[in-house]
Design a protein around this ligand. Structure first.
Ligand SMILES: [Zn+2]
Length: 74
């Protein structure tokens, strides 16, 4: 295997590692349901983005199916 030609100084390692720290995740508040969400992404709790309904969530699909079945039964 290849070997390093020269020893790395602590300064050089430190300079490289100065960019390795993890940043804290930033959250924004959903305008519709007030839950914490990642910025520039659709809210997974209510399916809203920029005040508009974008996603139809699984729970809502079930509700719609149930409502349709109830209508059929009547
Ligand atoms: Zn939301």
């Amino acid at each position: 295997m290849a070997e390093p030609k020269k020893r790395l100084t602590s300064t050089r390692s430190g300079n490289r590692q100065s960019h390795d720290a993890l940043k804290e995740t930033t959250f924004v508040v959903c305008s519709n349901c007030k839950s914490k969400i990642l910025p520039h992404r659709v809210c997974k709790v209510c399916g809203f983005y920029k005040g508009k309904k974008i996603l139809v969530l699984k729970d809502e699909k079930k509700k719609v199916k149930k409502a349709q079945e109830e209508l059929k039964d009547e």
